[in-house]
Design a protein around this ligand. Structure first.
Ligand SMILES: Cc1cc2nc3c(=O)[nH]c(=O)nc-3n(C[C@H](O)[C@H](O)[C@H](O)COP(=O)(O)O)c2cc1C
Length: 460
């Protein structure tokens, strides 16, 4: 591993030099045509390979319906030209919200979601013509250990985890019956997502949230959701046929943690020798089963951002008062590329969305185009970059390049906003809207930290 360094590259050659110094084979090509090739999923055509990754804005109305800023974000994404728009984590039950302003889909918020999908499609058509086709996926979730439905932590877990739990007395451990019942809530939410006009739903199984946690529930004893591979995968493998039965026309996708970054027996996609090495044996086995069950698209991601943020999103500046990781951010990008490559090679016919490109800034299109050309992913996912620079696809279409003055600076401020429970967006490139929220929350956080330090001193 190497030392962490911020992004200092003025030319792609300098970036490639760094990659070579780190022993990384960074795919690269100047021809951007692969980014703009269409793709078909079932009967739906997607105009290009650029994807807006799911990103919570915590700007829903209290009833879970999309708020004013939610509309603003998705209209900007649509007007920016991405072919695939992966709508953010949306709770299937109120108790599973990670924030009182997280989206929550239920029959009384349905109209808001309908309008959101309609207006998003309309904005894309107005900007690029009727022939520009977007694919809208809604990510459905239960936030599990990270639930904060009233703003305070209310963890609901599949099992106790010594790497994640500071205290275990305040945790609610799901019973098998509760998990069985939750399957029905997912089926209901998928039905509503179909009525809202989404092309597909994602049964989110990543970043430490409930369905991800179940995949690594080795130590959940006396339960049909714990222990063996079949038991750990049970929720997904049981709920999908129910969804197929009830909502046969909706597309099924999954955002999947291919590797949690936690040691066995507490992490998914890790070797069983306690080395925390990536081992894709089980993710491959799971993806194979999910394809048999009818999943047609996967979005590959890594890590538990609450524990190891660098694994999930390589950055220059860490979250407030957090340490820098012991690796170069380019190594983080390379890890994403390698994992997605291995999975895409295993499943050449199944579309995979790759993650972790934003740190590459204006050079990401050259890496993305080469990844597509090499068939090491099918879509290029842009998370923070889409918040900072939603028009990047349009600029690539019209100008053939991204503007370095508009790119994401990987400063982690969007994540800080999210962690502090504020409206999340880009504080640097969309300052007029998000700068003020950031200032207010930062003050609050400083006060909180001072109080904590005083309390700790007293306790000593
Ligand atoms: C503000 C913010 C909100 C996010 N919300 C979600 C989410 O709702 N669902 C999800 O799967 N990932 C979420 N992520 C992770 C991103 O989708 C993405 O995986 C991550 O930012 C790395 O990609 P990037 O390097 O392009 O930013 C979020 C990230 C950020 C910064």
């Amino acid at each position: 591993m190497s030392q962490h360094e911020p992004f200092v590259f003025r030319t792609i050659e300098k970036l490639l030099e760094k990659a070579s110094e780190l022993g990384i084979d960074l795919p690269f090509q100047r021809d951007l045509v692969p980014l703009f090739e269409g793709y078909r999923i079932g009967s739906k055509r997607i105009s290009n390979r650029l994807t807006v990754q799911p990103m919570e804005g915590y700007d829903a109305n209290p009833d879970g319906s999309p708020g004013e800023l939610t509309f603003r974000r998705y209209l900007r994404f649509a007007q920016g030209g991405s072919g695939l728009i992966w709508f953010e984590a949306t709770a299937v039950v109120p108790n599973g919200r990670s924030n009182p302003r997280q989206l929550w889909l239920h029959k009384h918020s349905l109209d808001g979601f309908k309008r959101l999908v309609e207006e998003t499609r309309c904005a894309a058509h107005e900007a690029f013509g009727e022939g520009h086709e977007i694919y809208c996926v809604l990510q459905l979730t239960h936030s599990g250990r990270y639930s904060r439905p009233q703003g305070k932590p209310q963890p609901q877990v599949a099992l106790l985890n010594p790497y994640l739990d500071e205290k275990s007395d305040s945790l609610h451990i799901f019973s098998d019956q509760e998990l069985d019942d939750l399957q029905e809530k997912y089926v209901e939410a998928v039905g509503l997502a179909y009525q809202a006009g989404f092309d597909a739903v994602d049964l989110k199984a990543c970043h430490g949230y409930l369905l991800n946690e179940l995949l690594a529930s080795y130590e959940r004893t006396d339960s049909h959701y714990g222990g063996s591979f079949e038991n750990r995968m049970r929720f997904l493998l049981e709920v999908i046929p129910k969804i197929r039965q009830e909502v046969p026309k909706i597309g099924l996708t999954m955002r999947l943690n291919a590797h949690d970054g936690l040691p066995y027996p507490y992490g998914f996609g890790v070797s069983q020798d306690e080395s925390i090495r990536i081992d894709l044996t089980e993710p491959i086995k799971l993806i194979r089963r999910l394809i048999q069950e009818g999943c047609t698209l996967f979005n590959i991601t890594l890590g538990i951002p609450y524990l190891h943020p660098h694994l999930s999103r390589p950055f220059d500046r860490p979250l407030f008062k957090s340490p820098l990781p012991f690796e170069h951010p380019l190594e983080g990008v390379a890890r994403f590329l390698a994992v997605t490559r291995e999975l895409q090679r295993e499943f050449p016919e199944i579309p995979l969305v790759g993650t972790g490109y934003s740190w590459l800034r204006q050079f990401l299109p050259y890496v993305g185009a080469a990844v597509l050309k090499r068939k090491e992913a099918t879509f290029i996912g842009l998370g923070r970059s889409s918040l900072a620079y939603p028009d990047a696809p349009k600029d690539l279409m019209n100008e053939g390049a991204m503007n370095p003055k508009k790119v994401c600076t990987a400063c982690s401020r969007c994540s800080e906003l999210m962690r502090m429970g504020g409206f999340a967006g880009c504080v640097v490139r969309d300052k007029e809207t998000y700068g003020k929220f950031y200032k207010e929350l930062r003050k609050k956080l400083r006060k909180q930290l001072r109080r904590q330090t005083r309390r700790k001193r007293k306790e000593k």
